[in-house]
Unconditional design. Structure first.
Lengths: 131, 390
């Protein structure tokens, strides 16, 4: 099945929550940059400027872009799209889309790799495609 | 201080409409309030506490509706946790009654997504970019259906749950709905009908999804001495619990719901166990919602929900756990896209012996009504109410 890319909507400006600037700067540069808790060393999804484990500080770290599909659902429509949680090599499970592949054969546990997809009115968004 | 028995449900009313283009949401709320008061044998001047949630029109919680209905209240609460808000409201009403902050609490829900043409299950809902998660989720197209579907995909992967097992939940609801003249979908369906209906968000088919309906409901919760002075059968609240569950900062686990946390305090307060329950109202936005909540409330082992619901085990008069005997959200009604209150209303009918004779559970003395509000795939609240006929 030929892949057709859905238009990606984006709401608001990326400086609405200004502490997430490193994430959006990363997206613009084609890098997945996530906050990591400085107390526990754990990566955080979704991005935020305070550790959700300790309320301590975070540092922004580039991720490898590798992960495995934790779960997904193929949404019927025109065009169809695949929403998923991908478990990053760094630990957290992030909501994303699986793109640029035959969506009929997407599977839990599949290795995937980072791919940025442009959004309308916003930055490119981190998505994943089979590795 | 235990809240066990601190309040009784003395009035319950489900609006008969399923499509109300000629009525406002505020009017539907007031009509539901009127119906519940008549059911209880009370008047509006008896109400001194009002509880509502995000479906109540107005920008400041309960204020527009207390103004519209001209209520004089000593206590208000507008905790909004989606479709689970009304079980939460029962618990909060018990707290308020026990604290002496009100004696007779009114809880209302109404909405008309059907008349307003909302594609509520399949269209991602926009929001405010100041919501901390919005810009990290909305671009990926999260809709109600695919959020619950991702839970089903993972549940199938971990436990071998099948689409046919999920379909049995809809089959049971349809067996009950055939007896409900107000139900939107009254045709009995088969497992094959469900799994052959169009896929909406894999692995959920159209018939795995609840209806979109207008309507509403209301409850009156009163302190014990007032309840005992009324002429209606006594339905005592003996257990309540509430808990949110979310993405846990990236430690997402989609195979269980917040019922795992809202259930235990309710069971402990009630002093009973799942096998004591004669009738269960279980939130049924989707078939997978029911299956996960049954597991998480302890009706079966985790992962065994598929086997538990199969072969008619949820059909009244057939299986061991009659559920949603009004047809539930899957067939009867899901007013305002929030099914919590109708779950409590049908449990009250069962305990009073006022359910349809074809689905009435014999000697129904203990019932549970569990709600799930929000999105099972991201953040939601579970809320549990256990009721006893006295």
């Amino acid at each position: 099945m030929a892949y057709e890319q859905r238009k990606i909507p984006f709401i608001g400006a990326t400086d609405t929550n200004p502490e997430n600037k490193p994430f959006w700067d990363g997206c613009a540069a084609g890098k997945l940059v996530l906050p990591r808790c400085k107390d526990t060393g754990k990566f955080i999804w979704y991005p935020r400027g305070i550790s959700p484990w300790t309320f301590g500080p975070v540092e922004w770290v580039e991720c490898s872009g590798k992960g495995k599909i934790y779960t997904f659902s193929l949404m019927r429509g025109t065009p169809p799209y695949c929403i998923a949680y991908v478990e990053l090599a760094e630990g957290p499970r992030m909501m994303t889309n699986i793109v640029d592949c035959d969506l009929a054969v997407v599977k839990i546990g599949q290795d995937v790799t980072l791919k940025f997809v442009p959004s309308e009115n916003g930055p490119p968004m981190p998505m994943f495609t089979p590795a | 201080m235990s809240l066990k028995g601190a309040g009784y449900i003395v009035g319950a009313f489900e609006h008969p409409t399923r499509k109300a283009p000629d009525k406002s949401v505020a009017l539907l709320h007031a009509e539901c309030a009127k119906g519940a008061l008549e059911d209880a044998g009370l008047t509006k001047d008896d109400i001194d506490g009002y509880f509502c949630a995000g479906d109540a029109p107005g920008s400041l919680g309960p204020l527009s509706m207390v103004d519209y209905m001209n209520l004089k209240c000593r206590h208000v609460d507008s905790t909004d946790v989606g479709g689970s808000s009304y079980q939460v409201a029962v618990g909060h009403a018990l707290e308020a009654i026990a604290a002496g902050r009100c004696n007779i609490a009114l809880i209302t829900l109404s909405g008309r997504p059907r008349s307003e043409g909302q594609a509520t299950g399949t269209a991602p809902r926009a929001g405010n970019p100041a919501w901390p998660e919005l810009q990290f989720e909305y671009p990926y197209g999260p809709a109600t259906a695919n959020m619950y579907a991702m839970c089903a995909t993972r549940h199938m992967y971990e436990y071998g749950t099948t689409s046919e097992q999920l379909a049995w939940i809809k089959v049971a609801a349809s067996h009950h709905a055939q007896h409900n003249p107000n139900a939107m979908l009254r045709n009995v369906v088969t497992v094959e009908d469900v799994v052959n209906s169009p896929m909406v968000a894999s692995p959920l088919h159209r018939l795995d999804c609840c209806v979109i309906s207008d309507g509403g409901g209301a409850l009156i919760v009163a302190k014990p001495d007032i309840a005992k002075s009324l002429k209606r059968p006594l339905v005592k609240v003996i257990g309540v619990g509430e808990s949110p569950k979310h993405q846990m900062a990236g430690e997402v686990d989609l195979v269980y719901s917040a019922a795992r946390w809202s259930g235990p305090p309710a069971w402990e307060m009630a002093g009973i166990k799942p096998s004591d329950i004669k009738y269960a109202s279980i939130y049924d936005s989707f078939t997978i919602t029911v299956l996960m909540q049954l597991e998480d409330l302890g009706f079966c082992e985790k992962g065994q929900g598929g086997k538990f619901v199969a072969d008619g085990n949820l059909i009244s008069g057939v299986g061991k756990l009659p559920f949603n005997t009004d047809g539930g959200g899957l067939c009867n009604n899901h007013p305002a896209n929030r099914g919590g209150i109708t779950k409590i209303i049908e449990a009250v009918r069962q305990l009073r012996g006022e359910a349809h004779p074809a689905v009435q559970v014999k000697n129904c003395d203990l019932a549970i009504a569990h709600g799930t509000g929000g999105s099972l795939g991201t953040r939601h609240c579970g809320s549990t109410v256990i009721l006893e006929r006295e």
